[in-house]
Design a protein around this ligand. Structure first.
Ligand SMILES: Cc1cc2nc3c(=O)[nH]c(=O)nc-3n(C[C@H](O)[C@H](O)[C@H](O)COP(=O)(O)OP(=O)(O)OC[C@H]3O[C@@H](n4cnc5c(N)ncnc54)[C@H](O)[C@@H]3O)c2cc1C
Ligand code: SF4
Ligand code: SF4
Length: 428
């Protein structure tokens, strides 16, 4: 699927700024902007992240399967004779909208190579003359796009290719398999005493928030968290194996898109699984699970459910009546008999999956807001720690898809540039 823009578009270009794939045209500055009736989505590069729909003030950006066939055709026709644009092609980027941070080389450390870290890197390349070191404790970049996004959504994972282009830029130094803690050990204090690793003028912490929230019920330790299950089915090297999958029933607690991803993969048949990029072992285990029915449990009503409509339609298309949606349900205990609800009812099931959201962990040396699971910040600047910035889920909390991190990282880099302008850099 792809997103499509309808004739209701008023061309304010809000969506252009948040599109992580540079898929929306004509953008400001391109021929045709402001003269045509609407903007268009390039179906060849759209990764279906929904950021354009979230920001559109007139509900003109919609999934193709909710759009009029004429709008789908108009979007496709606009690009028929045009080459697809690379999302990281400098020539296609919007002109600089705030002052470039010049005055000689600076060194910026970006911790985390997920969407927020990579968009921060892109912004730093565009707005500054800095040398940028990007570290990630994983050997791969992409963060949750690689190890979170479901393997039957290969189109969404395409964005990793554009991130890989960024780390090949001559001003970017990519250091995989490097935990930020290693840079802080052995002193790691800047000469100004601000707690910056040696040699860096600023650090952008973009470490995400991948730890699953807990339900807080008896028996929960034998359930499988979304963090572990999605890491396993995406082949994250350090992911623990899931508990044995026991059919015929399973319960997934949670009402967001991640809960729906889990239910969809559990109920996909062998044929459907073969069309994904699952590693063979995972595919075999899922196909042989014997899970025939999934109960999806939400604590609130359907109106408050956090999943998106396209994700629900996709699940229903795969699962049909093998998925049961239950709302206003509160689990109290998990045993081998199943999941007990506060009403006393027991839902018989062999496996329990919890997908009730994610939270960040404290970063050594930085303040932490345990309630929200974030590092407290003002437009990305860490409160009380000059030189330290945050972007992505550790800045805003674990909400929002890939595209939202683009605008989020832009804001952080704008703050960094504004507060750093004119500052002398040690060693520069
Ligand atoms: C299961 C799941 C499925 C999703 N599916 C979709 C989808 O289909 N479409 C969509 O638009 N959005 C999806 N999202 C949301 C999207 O993945 C997030 O918006 C996005 O990944 C957040 O970006 P981030 O950079 O803040 O964090 P992350 O993607 O988590 O990146 C953080 C990076 O920091 C690294 N790191 C952490 N700690 C350290 C350290 N101490 N030292 C060095 N490196 C460190 C991690 O290894 C990681 O690479 C999904 C999220 C989840 C959880
Ligand atoms: S914002 Fe996301 S869904 Fe919208 S056009 Fe861009 S890539 Fe596609
Ligand atoms: S945000 Fe909506 S109205 Fe504005 S240009 Fe994009 S599609 Fe059109």
């Amino acid at each position: 699927m792809t997103f499509v823009i309808s004739g209701d578009c008023c061309s304010d270009a809000s969506c252009v700024a948040v599109c992580p794939m540079n898929s929306i045209h004509p953008a400001p500055g391109e021929p045709g902007f402001g003269t045509g009736a609407s903007l268009f989505v390039d179906p060849r590069t759209c990764i279906d992240c929904g950021a354009c729909a979230d920001i559109c003030p007139v509900d003109a950006a919609k999934p193709a399967d909710r759009s009029a066939p004429a709008d789908v055709e108009r979007n496709a026709a606009y690009f028929a004779d045009r080459e697809p644009l690379e999302a990281t092609d400098l020539d296609t980027w919007e002109p600089v909208s705030y002052q470039v941070w010049g005055g000689g080389p600076r060194r910026v450390l970006v911790v985390g190579a997920g969407p927020a870290g990579m968009y921060a890197t892109r912004e730093l390349l565009l707005r500054t003359t800095a040398e940028i070191t990007v570290v990630d404790r994983s050997e791969h970049l992409g963060g949750l796009v690689r190890f979170g996004v479901a393997p039957d959504h290969p189109q969404t994972k395409q964005i990793i290719d554009t991130f890989e282009r960024l780390v090949r830029h001559p001003r970017v130094h990519w250091r995989p398999r490097t935990d930020a803690a290693a840079l802080r050990s052995g002193g790691g204090r800047g000469s100004d005493g601000r707690g910056l690793p040696d040699g860096y003028d600023a650090v952008v912490h973009a470490i995400g928030a991948r730890r699953s929230r807990r339900l807080g019920i008896a028996g929960e330790d034998t359930a499988c968290t979304a963090e572990n299950f999605v890491a396993w089915y995406n082949g994250r090297p350090d992911a623990p194996p899931p508990p044995a999958l026991v059919g015929p029933g399973a319960v997934v607690v949670g009402n967001g898109n991640v809960a729906l991803d889990i239910a969809r993969l559990l109920l996909s048949d062998e044929e459907q699984l073969r069309r994904t990029d699952l590693v063979p072992d995972v595919r075999r285990t899922l196909a042989a699970s014997g899970i025939k029915k999934v109960v999806l449990l939400g604590r609130r009503g359907p109106d408050q459910a956090a999943y998106t409509e396209p994700a629900l339609r996709e699940l229903l298309a795969v699962a049909g009546d093998r998925v049961e949606l239950r709302y206003q349900a509160r689990p109290t205990a998990w045993t081998s008999a199943g999941l007990t609800l506060d009403s006393g009812e027991v839902i018989a099931a062999g496996n329990l999956f919890t997908a009730i959201g994610f939270e960040g962990r404290p970063v050594d040396g930085l303040p932490f807001d345990a309630e929200r699971g974030i590092v407290p910040n003002v437009r990305g600047a860490v409160v009380g720690r000059p030189g330290h910035y945050v972007a992505g889920w550790i800045k805003r909390g674990a909400r929002g898809g890939i595209g939202v991190n683009k605008a989020c990282a832009q804001e952080t880099v704008m703050t960094l540039v504004s507060s750093s302008r004119g500052a002398a850099s040690p060693g520069s």
